[in-house]
Design a protein around this ligand. Sequence first.
Ligand SMILES: NC(=O)c1ccc[n+]([C@@H]2O[C@H](COP(=O)([O-])OP(=O)(O)OC[C@H]3O[C@@H](n4cnc5c(N)ncnc54)[C@H](O)[C@@H]3O)[C@@H](O)[C@H]2O)c1
Ligand SMILES: [Fe+2]
Length: 379
Amino acid sequence: MHNFSFRTVPHIVFEAGASKRLARLAAPVLKDAKRLFFVTDKGVRNAGLIDNALAALKADGFDVFVFDEVVADPPEAVVLDAAAKASEFGAQAIIAFGGGSPMDTAKVVSLLAGGDQPLSEMYGVEQVRVAGLPSIMIPTTAGTGSEVTNVAVLTTGATSKRGIASGALYADMAILDPELTLGLPRHATAATGIDAMVHAIEAFTNKRSKNPVSDALALAALKKLQGGILTACDEPSNIEARGDMLLGAMLAGQAFSNSPVGAVHAMAYPLGGIFHVPHGLSNSVVLPPVLKFNAAAAEPLYAEMAAHMGLAASSAGLIAEMERIAEATGIERRLSQLGISHNDIPRMAEDVAANDRLLPNNPRELTYDDIVRLYEEIV
Ligand SMILES: NC(=O)c1ccc[n+]([C@@H]2O[C@H](COP(=O)([O-])OP(=O)(O)OC[C@H]3O[C@@H](n4cnc5c(N)ncnc54)[C@H](O)[C@@H]3O)[C@@H](O)[C@H]2O)c1
Ligand SMILES: [Fe+2]
């Protein structure tokens, strides 16, 4: 028998058009809070996505500070600036509205504005000592699953990506509104969707924390994501496909929050941290060689996922399907297409080899030389 514990966000709403009813839906979390710190980015704001939600909150008498300065792979400096503004404003609750970058920023702002622990002491696993302000996550990519995870990933120093994993990072509510994702461009739809599929795959093969609840969620997520991703790319306004993507990303988020990701994410981080390659795209590019490498240790698990997706029950079946999806979406497949060359590999591999949060989750151990070889395969 195998002991485990499983946690997730206590309240999840899935409803097309939900953001228009934000004030009412959020009432059980907001309680007496009247001063809301609203975290987003300029892309989301300029696309007009926050207008209905803001109008609804203001009409219901909330005082809202909109922080729209989040950038992709949020640097610490932006998070600290947001936290200072939230404190100065007297924020009583935090609302995140956007992809993983605004959500991760908001989750950390809720901790910083709600307590006195310095950010530098929060990195790693369960290092957070403060509870944080009430928070609500509204994703606009389908994607990271950050709305239901206990993780926030920030860019520290000039180029490194570091994670905070803590129960204190669970939001109080996630509101999933597929209408918000209808305008997500094809490339971002593909990349963030493949990120979600990688979350499910890595949760299912985690060496340390694999558990039956995460397993069930990961399989359900893969089915939804595999079924929706190409339709969402080809027919962007197909609300059913968009809904499946959003649900799949959330289910995968619940899975990996309790059975964390491994070498694919560890090898993707330097692409984002150093070269600013979007997170989902980074994962998609490094996925094939890592799956082939891991197959020696994880063949039965890859076969189980492949069979569940209606494919040949083998790692080869799963790898071929992930390659087919990436190819069909038209996203980049090689490091050289992203401006990364042989010369960059040693520096990236050092970063990966030092990742003691994620590498131990991987089904097969990786040495520095393995990491270099895997990057070389996709230059
Ligand atoms: N916390 C977690 O559990 C977790 C998991 C995976 C990744 N992440 C992190 O999340 C970040 C990546 O998040 P992401 O992939 O969601 O992208 P993102 O939040 O960085 O957004 C990327 C771009 O898409 C735009 N955008 C977002 N939604 C849109 C919409 N509906 N229509 C049009 N444009 C839209 C944004 O304006 C932005 O320019 C990375 O920092 C990554 O490390 C966190
Ligand atoms: Fe991810």
